[in-house]
Design a protein around this ligand. Structure first.
Ligand code: ACO
Length: 326
């Protein structure tokens, strides 16, 4: 039996020029490097400066992913951008990136699932590719949450950073055997809107007419995160027959080292298989997983044939997993 799978052809990322360390933040709000590192594992984050926006960072990540794939935008038929911080209310960041890539065919659209956006984007792309309607899709995760942070709120401003990551997926014929096929093997997306107020912005176009600022009940997020993460990963195991022992890499959303370690521990994933970049990037929302993928791939850790588990949880609440063979 031959089936179509969505195979990763290339990966790329982009970060703003400016690094902001914990020490620098401690000069502005009542916090310390020790507190931030102990509670979150974050040591620094990149913050977008003048002229750096979600579309400029997303474009750079897209160009890097296309270069890595050995392709140009002429080879794509769809662009999906996961972001909560678009340059403008409309047009979408995806169509802006499409234009700057010089792509006048196909289609481009944004999706919004906050920190789970990239895994939602991979899920949507996989449906288009495996249905046979599209052949190559660029999925970008990008956020500039620094633009909606209250920089006087020490409970949130220390957690987030800006960045972008992208992958190119191509529909390829595979044997239909999860044990040997390359590409996306299973995806699982979930949400429960009852938790919305626990992690949200205080405004929006249809209410305040402003973007608002990010607010969060940190303890509540933490309380739900590990259970939700392990749920969707268990779903991926049930769909494929794999267990934590079979994984080569666990690439979780980079919110917080303690959430990552607790989830890996609960699932029995060995620490050396866990990709952690939150120390360098902070929580970059939809960008965090493709940034972590690009980092681990760039360091030669993730290789062709490796079994890779992606997982995210964020505002909504939304949560999702995608299991793929690189
Ligand atoms: N520096 C110093 N002290 C601080 C800071 C700070 N930046 N922030 C809060 N504190 C203080 C609090 O005021 C409190 O002081 P008090 O005891 O005098 O009242 C004390 O530290 C403890 O505060 P808690 O909120 O109880 O701290 P906690 O141990 O819960 O850690 C944290 C807070 C890191 C936010 C934790 O709840 C957490 O990791 N939650 C998950 C949130 C998260 O990762 N969100 C990301 C977005 S969601 C996602 O991407 C999945």
């Amino acid at each position: 039996m031959t089936i179509k799978r969505s195979v990763v052809l290339g990966v790329g990322s982009a970060l703003p020029a400016r690094v902001v360390t914990n020490e620098e933040l401690a000069k502005k709000v009542d916090t310390s490097d020790e507190w931030i590192v102990q509670r979150t594992g974050i040591r620094q984050r990149y913050i977008a400066g003048e002229g750096e926006t979600s579309s400029t960072l997303g474009l750079k990540a897209a160009e890097a992913a296309l270069k890595d794939a050995g392709l140009t935008s002429a080879d794509l038929d769809l662009i999906i951008v996961a972001t909560t911080t678009p340059d403008l209310t409309f047009p979408s960041t995806a169509t802006q990136i499409q234009a700057r890539l010089g792509m006048t065919h196909g289609a481009a659209f944004d999706i919004q699932a906050v920190c789970s956006g990239f895994v939602y984007g991979v899920t949507i792309a996989d449906k288009f590719l495996t249905s046979g309607s599209h052949n190559r899709i660029l999925v970008i995760g990008v956020d500039t949450l620094s633009r909606i942070i209250d920089w006087n709120d020490r409970t949130t401003c220390v957690l987030f950073g800006d960045g972008a990551g992208a992958i190119v997926l191509e529909a390829q014929n595979q044997k239909g055997d999860v044990n040997t096929d390359r590409g996306v093997l299973t995806t699982h997306i979930r949400s429960d809107g009852r938790h919305g107020p626990k992690l949200c912005a205080t405004g929006g176009p249809s209410t305040t007419g402003t973007s608002g600022v990010l607010t969060m009940e940190g303890k509540e997020v933490f309380k739900h995160a590990v259970g939700m993460i392990t749920d969707v990963i268990t779903d991926a195991y049930a769909a494929t027959g794999f267990t934590s022992d079979d994984l080569d890499w666990f690439v979780p959303h980079q919110a917080n080292k303690r959430i990552i370690n607790s989830s890996a521990d609960k699932l029995g994933i060995a620490p050396e298989k866990v990709v952690i970049t939150v120390d360098r990037h902070g929580n970059t929302s939809a960008a965090s997983i493709p940034l972590a993928l690009a980092t681990a791939y760039g360091e030669g850790r993730i290789k062709k044939g490796d079994l890779v588990m992606l997982e995210a949880m964020g505002g909504g609440f939304t949560w999702a997993s995608a299991l793929l063979r690189w």
